[in-house]
Design a protein around this ligand. Structure first.
Ligand code: IFG
Length: 502
């Protein structure tokens, strides 16, 4: 048998990762095998680093049955955040040799990204929640990595259908496997208000009691929201809370008659139409309301952004809309946060530091709004509806999802460049990507997972990897290797026929 074939048979396969790292080179004559005697060393321990080590060994103890003690200093696996600042906030270096694995970063966040890569280098069965047989081999490799964009997000619409804290945590855990660092929660809409506001309690008492289809609905108490924020932070994801205004506000208007222009509260709404509601731009009470809401949301949100929506304000006269947005934005800034909104807000005057979220589908008017936002100094997060909307059907046979922005195959979700999608936008204006998952047709976690996987990892790669690494032909093979990991994790993913699943 020739040397190469023998080596292939005796060595684990060349590791394939998503997102593709900036540099990865094999150490051909080295294979690391995790043994039962392995230890995990934490150089310069801290609460953050100990938590990262604990998350890793908790998972690996479950699947390998090894003790994997964590101790200060070096170990079989050594984790360090004492690396050079040149690695950046989320960068890391990872080296896998025959007897040791070393992950080095400059920050805890960078270390978490490196440990996330280490998890993916281990065999898929390392993700199992029951004891698995070895061997636990990793082909020798050295990686130096850092993200292309700072904003790499996914959005979960918890308004159309409400999802429990446990469901949101599962969504966070799966998204963090692909180094996403933002969780946008769509917390209010026509069909439901999901976050407790002490100064306006009917919002959740009444507005939280409905959802699409009239199901049980629900809301997050402040303790629930804190639990989500904490879990996201433990996965180095920052929560971006959205209070959608002035449109998509039926749940709030139904909760307080005085918020309505005619003083009449509309009934709760359990359908799926959009664009029929609006806050009353001329009423002072509207801004007292938003002042209270943004204050209470800001107090619970460690992240620096509050998303004020701004989309589909079809029954708000445009001149009123242009008056409303700056006033609402001013309240977000008053409470110490940066404004984020769907790209319609760019038609209004925006405060410094604003982020415009582009959700167009190749329409000139939407592209012009994005450019208008950039011209006034806003940054762009790219969420093109015809490429990044995870609620779009994969194909006409998809059992749920919508199709208004077109069918989005795994390839279509991957094959675009955030930097060049909108003409005449400087590269520096784009700070990242986000994949929204709207839930009009998705009422449980299994459906959420089916629509999210396998398309989300591709968006995560667009957010993390260098443009030069983006190539569908090689990506789809790397994606195929993720299927066995999702099986080990129990993810209900769509086995898209165009992917050579192993
Ligand atoms: N557009 C609406 C969403 C949702 C979506 C479903 C945005 C910004 C269609 N607004 O997308 O509320 O209904 O695909």
């Amino acid at each position: 048998m020739d040397e190469t074939l023998l080596k292939q048979l005796t060595h684990p396969p060349e590791p394939t990762l998503i997102p593709q790292p900036v540099t990865q080179s094999a150490l051909p004559d080295q294979t690391f095998t995790l043994q039962s005697s392995a230890t995990v060393g934490v150089v310069t321990p801290s609460e953050a680093l100990d938590r990262i080590a604990d998350q890793l060994v908790t998972q690996l103890r479950r699947s390998t049955g090894f003790a994997l003690p964590v101790e200060p200093g070096t170990g079989t696996i050594t984790l360090s955040a004492d690396g050079p600042d040149s690695l950046g906030a989320e960068g890391y270096e990872l080296r896998v040799e025959s007897s040791t694995v070393t992950v080095t970063a400059a920050t805890a966040e960078g270390l978490f990204r490196g440990v996330t890569t280490l998890r993916q280098l281990l065999p898929a069965k390392a993700e199992a929640d029951t004891d698995q047989a070895g061997p636990w081999e990793i082909a020798g490799t050295e990686i130096s990595d850092a993200p292309r964009y700072s904003y790499r997000g996914v959005m979960l619409d918890v308004s159309r259908h409400f999802f429990s804290v446990a469901d949101v945590k599962r969504f966070i855990e799966l998204a963090s496997l692909y180094k996403l660092n933002r969780l946008h929660l769509h917390l209010s809409d026509d069909q439901g208000w999901r976050i407790q506001v002490d100064s306006w309690q009917e919002l959740t008492k009444h507005g939280g009691s409905s959802e699409v289809g009239g199901g049980p609905a629900g809301h997050y108490t402040k303790a629930d929201y804190a639990e989500i924020v904490m879990y996201a932070a433990d996965h180095f994801m920052t929560v971006v809370p959205e209070i959608d205004t002035p449109g998509h506000t039926n749940a709030a208007l139904s909760s307080y008659a005085e918020l309505n222009a005619d003083g009449e509260a509309p009934p709760l709404y359990t359908g799926t139409e959009v664009g029929f509601s609006s806050l009353t731009v001329a009423k002072d009470l509207t801004y007292e309301f938003l002042d209270d809401v943004f204050r209470e949301v800001a107090e619970q949100t460690p992240g620096d952004v509050i998303h004020l929506g701004g989309d589909e304000a079809h029954v708000t006269p445009h001149s009123d809309y242009l008056t409303f947005v700056p006033k609402a934005a001013e309240l977000v800034v008053k409470h110490g946060k940066r404004v984020m909104g769907w790209h319609e807000i760019a038609d209004a005057e925006l405060p410094a530091g604003s982020i415009v979220q582009y959700w167009g589908n190749d329409q000139a008017k939407d592209e012009e709004l994005a450019r208008k936002g950039v011209r006034q100094g806003a940054e762009l997060v790219m969420s093109p509806a015809n490429r990044a909307y995870l609620d779009m059907k994969y194909d006409e046979d998809s059992p749920y999802g919508l199709a208004w922005a077109g069918l989005i195959s795994v390839e279509k979700a991957y094959s675009w460049d955030p930097a060049t999608l909108i003409p005449d936008v400087p590269e520096s204006a784009v700070i990242g990507v986000e994949a929204p998952l709207w839930t009009e047709t998705l009422d449980d976690l299994a459906k959420v997972e089916f629509m999210t996987f396998p398309r989300l990892p591709g968006i995560a790669e667009l957010g993390w990897s260098p443009a030069s690494a983006l190539d569908w032909e090689t990506y789809k093979d790397r994606l195929a290797a993720q299927g066995s990991r999702w099986e080990a994790l129990g993810v209900n993913f769509y086995r898209a026929p165009e992917i050579p699943w192993r």
